[in-house]
Design a binder for this molecule. Structure first.
Ligand code: SF4
Ligand code: SF4
Length: 422
């Protein structure tokens, strides 16, 4: 057995927890999950059936963790695992799954396939079977602090521009602020007005907040890559930055997987509870609305619809909050078909957007989103994830759907903000 294979299998053995084993033993092989997966529905290829994507993990479990598998293996009745059990799955797992969890919604026994995909990725990454784009993003995250190479200087320059545009000072390194806000690199680089919008909203609502110059990245490339050690290092950086600023709350910005990671997975990733509370920016804005602190005026004239980011919505439960906020400004709102917890993925989650090799497949599976949009024909599509927004931009461009405007919900609210505090 090659070192590479042994390292990969060892990494997967390390991931074989009771949850994985109970999932593997309870799958009834019904195949229902296939029709929930955009990679299967849009390509028709059986190999994109969700449960098939975790086959390396299933094989290992069967051989080494079940009575009959162990017996058959000891008698030489089953073939040993080979490098192709890992290498042949690299494309399926990294290019053909966005870890969107839509398949889990239909599985009759409630198997969390995205959870197991993450475990398979650990094995593939340890054996060196990960896409170059994502590996490089991981290196930048570790060395520079951002998968896209966004530095503190970039953030400071962005802050200066936003301060000039809004006329509002943006607080950096304020100790004891109620909220420390993270950003995804994609937000800073692609939608810097998000930062200015926050400044406007927090000034109007009297929220005390800050940004840490030590660490401000929300994205966790370790989770996307399947590298637990990198994932833990990145979570520890958030913890250290928040502790230094004595922040009691950390805001997860408009980035889906960042929310799942820091809100739900982080304590398990680092092996202890977080010393702060995590809120998604939609949760905080909705709380301010409910308390009468967030007030808006005027309405968006266009027919708007909402794209639920898979991680914030389906996995994270942030479903009502954006709709409550849209209710304030969008009277001509229309739901996409199969919306909310059953929304179709933008196609670029789970690290697929950093994996250039997957671009053609990602744009192909955008057909699922196109069908949803064609059904209701909104003039504007709002979302609460900068990665989704980038992917939607790409998909709309590819499909010549130039008439649909893409909007970030925080910016939309800021554009209609009543700026005087009561
Ligand atoms: S998590 Fe999403 S992309 Fe991955 S297999 Fe399930 S439905 Fe398909
Ligand atoms: S739907 Fe669930 S039980 Fe059926 S094949 Fe898929 S993972 Fe297995």
């Amino acid at each position: 057995m090659s070192d590479r294979l042994e390292q990969g299998l060892d990494a997967m053995r390390g991931q074989m927890d009771t949850r994985v084993m109970s999932y593997l033993s309870s799958c009834v092989h019904c195949g229902i999950c296939a029709d929930a997966c955009l990679f299967y529905t849009e390509t028709g290829a059986a190999r994109y059936t969700p449960i098939y994507k975790v086959e390396p993990l299933r094989k290992l479990w069967k051989r080494e963790y079940t009575f009959w598998g162990k017996l058959a293996s000891s008698m030489g009745l089953v073939k040993p695992m080979t490098e192709s059990d890992l290498s042949d799955w690299e494309e399926l797992v990294y290019d053909g799954c966005t870890m969107c969890s839509r398949c889990s919604m239909v599985c009759p026994v409630g198997i969390d396939i995205a959870y197991m995909i993450r475990k398979v990725k650990e094995g593939l990454a340890a054996a060196g079977y990960s896409p170059e784009g994502l590996v490089e993003a991981g290196k930048r995250a570790l060395e520079i602090g951002s998968p896209m190479g966004v530095t503190l200087k970039t953030l400071q320059a962005t802050i200066r521009v936003q301060e000039k545009e809004t006329g509002i000072p943006i607080p950096l390194d304020v100790e004891g602020a109620d909220y420390m806000c993270l950003f995804s690199s994609g937000e800073i680089a692609g939608f810097p007005e998000f930062i200015g919008s926050l400044a406007k909203i927090f000034k109007a609502t009297g929220v005390s907040w800050t940004i840490s110059s030590e660490y401000f990245e929300a994205t966790n490339t370790g989770v996307q890559l399947g590298n637990s050690r990198l994932a833990a290092t990145l979570v520890e950086r958030v913890v250290s930055a928040a502790e230094k600023l004595k922040a009691k709350n950390v805001i997860s910005p408009e980035c889906g997987h960042a929310y799942t990671t820091i809100r739900w997975d982080a304590p398990n990733i680092i092996g202890r509870p977080l010393p702060f509370k995590v809120v998604h920016i939609m949760e905080l804005l909705d709380e301010l609305r409910r308390d009468g602190r967030l007030k808006t005026e005027g309405i968006a004239g266009e027919k708007l619809s909402y794209h639920d980011p898979c991680n914030a919505g389906r996995r994270g439960g942030v479903l009502d909050q954006p709709r409550n906020l849209l209710d304030m400004v969008a009277p001509d709102f229309v739901e996409l078909p199969e919306t909310g917890a059953m929304n179709w993925c933008c196609g670029g989650g789970g690290g697929v957007s950093s994996n250039e090799r997957a671009d053609a497949l990602r744009l192909k599976v955008f057909d699922a989103k196109k069908r949803q949009l064609d059904a209701v024909q909104p003039q504007g599509l709002v979302t609460a994830c900068s990665n989704c927004r980038h992917m939607l931009e790409d998909g709309l461009e590819e499909h010549d759907m130039h008439d649909i405007e893409l909007l970030g919900i925080t910016e939309l609210i800021a554009d209609h903000l009543v700026e005087e505090t009561g």
